[in-house]
Design a protein around this ligand. Structure first.
Ligand SMILES: Nc1ncnc2c1ncn2[C@@H]1O[C@H](COP(=O)(O)OP(=O)(O)OP(=O)(O)O)[C@@H](O)[C@H]1O
Ligand SMILES: [Mg+2]
Length: 232
C-alpha cells in the first residue's frame, strides 16, 4: 500500500445489545484505495459499516482515523472528520422532493456541486421536483449515492450502492468512484455484485458469520476465490 492508512480497525467487535455479530475483524483503507466488503446475506457486512460510521457502539477492538481514536465519536462528528456514509436502507426522505433530499444532506454548501453528477445521471435531474418516495428502489439508491458522493469526503462508505440500480447506471457509479479515487479519496464499499467490486476495489475483505475469512488485494485474490465464498 503506497499511502499510509487513513482509517484502521483491528479486532473489531460489534453487534446489537448483548448479541455479538462482528467478531474480531481487522482492516484499513488509505487515500486512493477502495476496500470492498463481501459476503453472503446476514454475515454482518452492514453491522460492520454501522459501527465504522458510529451508528452502533464498538464493543471491542480499536478504530482509528488518521491516528485519532474514533470509538466514542458520534456519527455527526465522524462525518465532520471526513467520513461520509450511505446506509443500505431508508436512504432518502420519501415525503421530500429529490431536490430537497439533495440540499438537506449538504446544507446548501456552495462548494458542493451536483453538475457533474447530473451530467452523468440525467435521470436525477429530470426527477428533481418529484417526491423521493415515488422513486423506484434503484433510483433511491442512485439519489443516495449522488448526495453522498457530492460531500467529497476523504472517506466514503457505501452499503450495497448498486442494489436495484440499472446496469448502465452501475457502470457510471463505478466510473465516478474511479475518478475520485484517482484524486486521492478512499472508499469502503459493501457489495454482493462482484463485477462492480472488481471494477472499483483495490482490496477486499470477505465476511462469514461475522468473521473475516479472506482478505487481501483484489488482483491477487481473483474472482474464483471470492465466488467460492459467496456460493450458498
Ligand atoms: N437491528 C438489529 N437488531 C438485532 N439484530 C440485527 C439487527 N440488524 C441486523 N441484525 C442481525 O445481525 C446479523 C447481521 O446482519 P447484517 O445486516 O449486518 O448482515 P448483512 O451482511 O449486511 O446482510 P445483507 O447482505 O442481507 O444486507 C443478522 O443475523 C441480523 O439478523
Ligand atoms: Mg447489509
Amino acid at each position: 500500500m503506497k499511502n499510509p492508512p487513513i482509517l484502521q480497525f483491528a479486532d473489531l467487535q460489534c453487534g446489537y445489545g448483548d448479541t455479538v455479530v462482528v467478531r474480531g475483524v481487522s482492516g484499513c483503507t488509505a487515500p486512493g484505495r477502495v476496500l470492498g466488503i463481501l459476503g453472503r446475506n446476514g454475515v454482518g457486512k452492514s453491522t460492520l459499516l454501522k459501527a465504522l460510521a458510529g451508528f452502533l457502539p464498538v464493543a471491542g477492538g480499536t478504530l482509528a482515523w488518521a491516528g485519532q481514536d474514533l470509538r466514542t465519536l458520534p456519527p455527526h462528528a465522524r462525518l465532520a472528520a471526513g467520513i461520509a456514509y450511505a446506509p443500505q436502507e431508508n436512504v432518502v426522505f420519501g415525503e421530500l422532493t429529490v431536490e430537497e433530499n439533495l440540499w438537506l444532506h449538504i446544507g446548501r454548501r456552495r462548494d458542493v456541486r451536483y453538475d457533474a453528477l447530473f451530467a452523468r445521471f440525467p435521470r436525477l435531474r429530470e426527477r428533481l421536483a418529484q417526491r423521493a418516495g415515488a422513486l423506484s428502489g434503484g433510483e433511491r439508491k442512485l439519489l443516495s449515492f449522488a448526495r453522498t458522493m457530492a460531500l467529497a469526503a476523504p472517506l466514503t462508505m457505501l452499503d450495497e450502492p448498486t442494489e436495484g440500480v440499472q446496469p448502465e447506471n452501475i457502470d457510471r457509479m463505478a466510473q465516478c468512484i474511479h475518478e475520485v479515487t484517482a484524486e486521492g479519496r478512499s472508499f469502503i464499499v459493501v457489495e454482493q455484485n462482484l463485477s462492480f467490486l472488481e471494477a472499483i476495489a483495490s482490496d477486499v475483505l470477505v465476511l462469514d458469520h461475522g468473521r473475516c475469512v479472506l482478505q487481501g488485494e483484489m488482483r491477487a485474490l481473483g474472482r474464483e476465490a471470492l465466488e467460492a465464498h459467496l456460493v450458498v
